[in-house]
Design a protein. Structure first.
Length: 143
């Protein structure tokens, strides 16, 4: 009787753990955007738009790291900021810093950073079908 009860409890625990892991995986998959780098090899941070994140220069682990020019990567979104928006930070291989604030993002959006010319950089946000949602000017300076 004890062995049967132990087996049943073990199976129930496995079912619960599997269920939780599946939900967590689905939540992670549903909370991602695609980042496309058309500028330079870089590390990228997509952070909640909060006063704290705007005031600091230490952002922790990059949202996507070592993204090569021409490469696209999935990026997991953190919790949305105070005003429902995000901030974008990037440092490229040539020690240039890129910054944009007030970015509206939803899961499955596509963010593409690109140069308009040698002096102007923009961040385009499109939906999963490629329809342009917004374009943001990106500040760029050498560190």
């Amino acid at each position: 009787m004890k062995k049967t009860l132990l087996i049943i409890l073990s199976l129930l625990m496995l079912i619960v753990l599997y269920s939780c892991a599946s939900k967590e995986q689905n939540n992670m998959e549903n909370n991602t955007v695609t980042f496309i780098n058309e500028v330079k090899d870089a590390d990228v941070w997509i952070l909640s738009d909060t006063k704290e994140n705007k005031k600091t220069t230490v952002w922790g682990k990059a949202t996507v790291s070592k993204v090569k020019t021409g490469e696209s990567r999935k990026a997991e979104l953190c919790e949305v900021g105070d005003n429902g928006q995000y901030i974008f930070r990037m440092i490229d291989a040539d020690s240039f810093f890129y910054s944009a604030d007030g970015i509206s993002l939803e899961p499955d959006n596509i963010l593409k950073i690109k140069e308009n010319d040698s002096q102007s950089v923009i961040l385009e946000v499109t939906d999963e079908n490629g329809a342009l949602k917004n374009t943001y000017k990106v500040f760029k300076a050498r560190l």
